[in-house]
Design a protein around this ligand. Structure first.
Ligand code: ATP
Ligand code: MG
Length: 165
């Protein structure tokens, strides 16, 4: 891991601000894991990111469809949700290996833990969690694993959305 940072997300506006800060740093080929328990805010972050990237239409949770594709002005974006996978290789059997990390697209994966060890290594991991003190909202740990992921983390910190560790 190259670096980590923390973000406090007391409401959905804060989640949107974090997504807006990261969006300009996204480049095709980037792989982002969205971790966190049920309802932690993974889809909310993905939705905010898509809005920040200029998508005006609906952003459906891919819980049932497994993947949603967006043709954005700068690149394509695949939004995966592996929640329903019960075996590690199901994403491979679904042919998702041809999509994930493909040169022209950004990929977001909810529940990447269910993809097992054969999933490619991510550039950036966002770990969303409920705040301990029963305060409303969420917090996020952001982990950068590559230079491209670090650019995203730095953009979030530069915008004041995240505190470097
Ligand atoms: N920063 C935040 N502060 C307060 N509420 C939030 C925040 N982010 C998301 N929420 C709320 O949490 C709820 C669940 O969010 P979301 O669907 O994004 O979770 P998820 O992690 O994708 O869940 P799942 O694992 O079921 O896919 C939504 O009602 C959303 O409004
Ligand atoms: Mg979700």
């Amino acid at each position: 891991m190259l670096a980590t940072g923390h973000a406090e997300l007391p409401d959905e506006e804060a989640t949107a601000a974090l997504a807006q800060a990261i969006a300009p740093a996204l480049i095709p080929g980037l792989l982002i894991f969205l971790c966190g328990e049920l309802g932690a805010g993974k889809t909310s972050f993905a939705r905010a990111l898509l809005r920040a990237l200029g998508h005006h239409g609906r952003v459906k949770s891919p819980t049932f469809t497994l993947v949603e594709l967006y043709n954005l002005s700068r690149f394509e974006l695949y939004h995966f949700d592996f929640y329903r996978f019960t075996h590690e290789d199901e994403w491979l059997n679904a042919g998702f290996d041809e999509l994930i990390g493909s040169a022209g697209a950004v990929s977001l994966i909810e529940w990447p833990e269910r993809g097992g060890e054969r999933l490619p290594a991510p550039d950036l991991v966002l770990r969303l969690r409920y705040r301990d003190d029963r305060a409303p909202g969420r917090s996020a740990l952001i982990e950068a694993f590559t230079a491209q992921g670090l650019a995203c983390l730095n953009a979030a910190c530069a915008a004041g959305c995240c505190r470097p560790d």
